[in-house]
Design a protein around this ligand. Structure first.
Ligand SMILES: *Cc1c(COP(=O)(O)O)cnc(C)c1O
Length: 370
């Protein structure tokens, strides 16, 4: 099925470029544990993301768990159920209780106006997600956090390299997790990072990432695991970072082509980005309105598939509906998030497709109208 259009496709440097980057490793034999390439990638990403500190991890999920642990969080965390499994799983695996807040129907990020009513004496933090790269209502969230003395950790897995006005997205809150997984805009095959303001948090996170070890003299003050990024992964990151602007630029052309052809279709809505977001076009979701757009989401996905186009029900189901959580904690009702997750479809967007592909995809979608 070489003709299928995948929903995402990993960017790759030329093989020679990657080989050149890893070649010195045959001499140095320093393959992991914060090697030379790891350090270079950390420096370059701090610069690119415009953040004072970034700690690298084996993946974004472990960066999120390390952040939760480094801040010493206990109790309840207010979060969104309209996200990838990782966000909620990190909260639960760290022994905390997720409290699900509904989302804004237009931006699809956590509805900051509904956070306060969920705060209890047990609440320790807010963990919002910059869904599809749409930056949350960071001002309102910051205001609530300050008034109630809560920590804010952002899941920024979708927001690589973005800014709100001239503020880099990784500057908001106490910390921001980034994912460098192969399906993300920028990747290190597997990998992730935590951006933060307080260097003491970074030291803790580095220890958590390496079995709790602070320094070579083996004092163990943290309960840690293994979440280190190897030199081979860092090398892929260094290569991809050289080409990230081209990747984002080609995606913005595709997003514009989608918008042009899909706007003004009754019952089909496009994501509305907050004003001032420099969008990385990591995803292109559409949300159908049942009964107004002709087809259901599942029927449209099926028909796209029959026409060689792979789309993704992203995010479906809500994390709050996961079987493994049943009976563990109360599940809040989030009717807007539920409706969106039942009707959302993410369309292909990556630098391996052309505007002609987008045109064809849009024509298929338009055929499903009433
Ligand atoms: C990809 C993703 C993660 C997890 O990142 P990994 O690097 O795959 O561990 C977490 N949250 C969201 C919203 C994601 O999309």
């Amino acid at each position: 099925m070489c003709d299928m259009i995948p929903v995402a496709r990993s960017m790759m440097p030329l093989l020679d470029e990657y080989v050149k980057e890893i070649e010195p490793l045959w001499e140095s034999r320093h393959l992991t544990n914060a090697g030379v390439l790891h350090q270079r990638l950390q420096n370059e990403l701090e610069k690119y993301l415009g953040v004072p500190h970034l700690t690298l991890f084996s993946n974004g999920h472990m960066a999120l768990e390390a952040a939760i642990q480094a801040f010493g969080l206990r109790g309840e965390v207010i979060t969104t159920p309209f996200t990838f499994a990782s966000t909620t799983q990190a909260i639960v695996r760290c022994g905390l209780t997720p409290v699900f807040c509904d989302i804004d129907p237009e931006t699809l990020t956590i509805d900051a106006g509904k956070i306060e009513s969920l705060i209890t004496s047990q609440t320790c933090a807010i963990l919002p997600v910059h869904v599809y790269g749409n930056i949350c209502d960071v001002e309102a969230i910051d205001d609530i956090a300050k008034r109630y003395g809560l920590r804010v950790i952002y899941d920024g897995a979708h927001a690589f390299g973005e800014t709100l006005g001239d503020v880099p997205v990784g500057m908001f809150g106490d910390a921001t997790m980034f994912s460098f997984h192969a399906t993300k805009v920028f990747h290190t095959i597997e990998g992730g990072g935590m951006a933060y303001h307080d260097p003491a948090i970074g030291r803790k996170a580095e220890a958590i990432r390496n079995f709790g070890i602070y320094s070579a003299d083996l004092e163990i003050e943290e309960i840690g695991g293994n979440a280190k990024l190897s030199e081979f992964h860092a090398a892929m990151g260094l290569c991809n970072l050289r080409h990230i602007e081209e990747e984002i630029y080609s995606r913005s052309g595709l997003a514009m082509a989608y918008r042009e052809r899909l706007q003004n279709i009754p019952g089909l809505s496009l994501l509305r980005y907050r004003e001032g977001v420099s969008c990385n076009n990591a995803y292109f979701p559409v949300v159908l309105e049942p009964g107004v757009f002709g087809e259901t989401r599942d029927a449209l996905q099926q028909r796209l598939m029959e026409n060689g186009v792979i789309s993704r029900k992203y995010f479906y189901p809500l994390t709050s509906a996961f079987d493994c959580y049943r009976g563990l904690f109360p599940i809040q009702d989030t009717p807007i998030a539920k409706t969106v997750s039942e009707n959302v479809l993410a369309l292909p967007i990556h630098s391996s497709i052309r505007e002609a592909d987008v045109k064809r995809i849009c024509d298929i979608i338009r055929d499903g109208r009433l």
